[in-house]
Each structure stands twice: as C-alpha cells, then as structure tokens.
Design a protein around this ligand. Sequence first.
Ligand code: NAP
Length: 396
Amino acid sequence: MTAHRDVSLGAAAVPRSSCELDRELLEQAIHLAELGRPGARPNPVVGTVLAMPDGQVLATGHHVRRGAPHAERACLDDWPEEVPADATLYVTLEPCSHHGMQPPCSELLLARDVRRVVYASSDPNPDTCGVGPAQLAAAGVRVERGPADLERLALQQNAGFHSAHLRGRPYVTAKWAMTPNGRFATGDETKRWISGPESRAFVHYLRAGSGAIACGIGTVLADDPELTVRGPVASRTPAPPIRVVYDRALRLPIDSVLAQTARTVPVLACCAYDAPLERELALRELGVGVWRAPAPNPGAPCMLASSLTMLCEIGVQDVLLEAGPELLDSFSDAHLIDALVAFVGPDDAPDDQPGLALDHPLVAAALAASVERSGEDSRHVAVLHPAWEIPGATAG
Ligand SMILES: NC(=O)c1ccc[n+]([C@@H]2O[C@H](COP(=O)([O-])OP(=O)(O)OC[C@H]3O[C@@H](n4cnc5c(N)ncnc54)[C@H](OP(=O)(O)O)[C@@H]3O)[C@@H](O)[C@H]2O)c1
C-alpha cells in the first residue's frame, strides 16, 4: 500500500473535454455508478455510457459487485453490435490495464474498436495510474478527461477507495444524532431516539457502504448496540461491516450483544498497549478480535491514527464512526474525520445529558449546514470536511 502519492502525473498529460454534451453523459455515468452501491464494495462504484455525438445513448453499464464484469464490459456487453466509429465511451474511473478478477478493460476497448474515451477520475494506484489511458492513446484512441468538477464528484463517490490507496487509511464519516442544544441523548426513558425511522433507515444504507462501523466503549456500556446492517439494504450488502470498539482497558462486557455475536459478525476491540491480558483472553474466547496500540503510552491521536492504518491494512476503506461525544471529540481533535452526517432532532434535551458544546467544530458545522426537511423526522445534514483534498483531484 503506497500512501500520499500524487497520481495527477499520469492524468496530467490527458487533455480535458470542454464539451457540454460530454459533461451531461459523464454525469449520467456518475449516476449509474451509484447503482453499484453497496454491492460493489470493496471495489469502487463505476458507471459507463456509450453514446453518439448527438447524445443518443447506445448502451450503459455499471459495476455490480466484486468479481462481476467491470462497468466498461457491462456496457459493451449491452451493445453486441459493432461500435460506431464516432461513438464515445464515458466512464467514471479510468479504464484499467491489469489482469485481476476480470481481464483489462483497455484491451476490451481496443478489441471492440472504441475510438474515443472520456473518463472522470484517475486510478489511485500509483503503479497502474495512467497506464490504461496511455495504452489506448498509443493505439490511436482519443482519450480525454472530463471537467474538473466532475472529476471531483467521481473521486468523492469512491472516497474510501482513493483514501486507502493515497493516504493508507480509510475515509472516516462521523455520524450522530443530536438535539438542537448539542445533546446526544434525550434523557427521557420513554423516548429512546433523537432521530426518527427515516433517519435510522438511512443509517443502515450508510452502514452497508462501510467496511467498518466504530464506536467507543461508552456507547456500548450505555446502549449495548448491535451495529449491524438491517432492513431492506441488508440483502444487498456484500459482507457485513466489521464492528470496531475503542476500548482502552478492554471493558467490553462478556454478555454484551457485540461480544455474544462476534462469531457471526466480526468484532474488533482496539485497546491500549497494556490492557489486561486476562480480558483479552476472555474476549478472544468469544471470537472478539483484539488490536493493541503499538506504543506503551500512546497519545490519543497516535492510537486512533494507527488503528486506522491497521484497518486499512485489513481491507477497510470506509469507517462509519457512530460514537458518542467523547470518541467523536478525540477523532475530531486528531483531524481524522473526513465527512459528517448529523441528524438534528426537533427537541432540546436536559443539559446534563452527554453531548458537545454548541461551538464544538463538529456541532457548529452540523448546525450551520442543517436544513429543515419537511415531512422527515429530523434535519439531516451531510458535510464534507473542508480539509479533505485528494492529491491530484484538481490538477490540470
Ligand atoms: N446520539 C448519538 O448519535 C449517539 C451515538 C453514540 C452514543 N450516544 C450516547 O452517548 C453516550 C456515551 O457517550 P460516550 O462519549 O461515553 O461514548 P463513546 O464516545 O462512544 O465512548 C467513549 C469511550 O471512547 C474511548 N475513547 C475516547 N477517546 C479515545 C481515544 N483517543 N483513544 C481510544 N479510545 C478513546 C474511551 O474508552 P476508554 O474509557 O476505554 O478509554 C471512552 O470511554 C451514551 O448516552 C450514548 O447513548 C449517542
């Protein structure tokens, strides 16, 4: 895994399209790519459109799941006739050049005599970035990149995939529900939830698209959560996300739902270097994985950052952080949150309930961006972290 490499170099040599029709068709491909979520995980979602210069769409395709044909092949399978010489193939990720579970798309495009290709984003793998487009260009195919704003959209669409390759850590989305006065719990036993059923259904969709769901031991002790994907999206989830608990002293109760179901859906407890060994053995008996921080006395950011590196190494590209205020604050402090999804309920809660101050950066960002959504149970907020930049995203 190579982190922090600028992959813009391979793409820089490829000219950008400035045609309005190209923009529309590439946007269509970006929408199509979404059909692959969450099934394609851990592969990127990719969409393809084959179209004529007047905008007539001949065929479309998207990557459905790992091991299934890539979007380019799905699209060209949908068009078995000869590809017209003036047709263009629009694809959201540059055509691959390597043999994986599927043969290289660059070879397929040459075999099918595609003469023009417009793609939105580059391959984040420095070893393969630009190779497919270069092979096509060398064979006389006109290869162009789409407009910079669509490149950015396509990068965000696969933020975890790009983050894992470029930064060596997963993309972290913090998700929480809060009251307008910044509280994370209602303090009312008759009213367990801050958000309503629509918001909670959306959370299952977010979970399904994540390689891991994480929380702190405070949440486990308070709520004994299951942290699984449930509801209609569950049947489309490729593999259940790992459940991660930040638990420095390994206090995870033996009778907690997480510990008791660890053999069905994996659970990983992230603890301090010197957490009690007998607790580790007891949890391992139940199938709970234990990851110890590498340093004897790690500062908070150090443990969190190294845990993300570890998660990336075991294939996790996206983490949905569903923690309480303490762990959220720690992640925020360590600048390890890339995106926020906050649900703001309608009613204040007593000030003695757990929460974050209204001027806390996470709460302030959520409140600033929140909008009333009529007919829904809570204001639903999604904010991309302003510091999130993918190297090369705006190059050229
Ligand atoms: N509204 C929501 O969306 C939502 C979501 C989750 C929870 N909650 C509510 O929040 C309350 C629990 O709050 P909480 O703040 O205690 O839960 P939490 O943030 O999930 O867990 C806190 C624990 O996280 C661990 N932690 C914090 N910073 C860390 C760091 N830098 N490195 C490693 N571990 C770290 C600590 O474990 P150690 O003690 O082992 O050091 C700490 O006790 C409950 O009332 C729950 O219902 C609400």
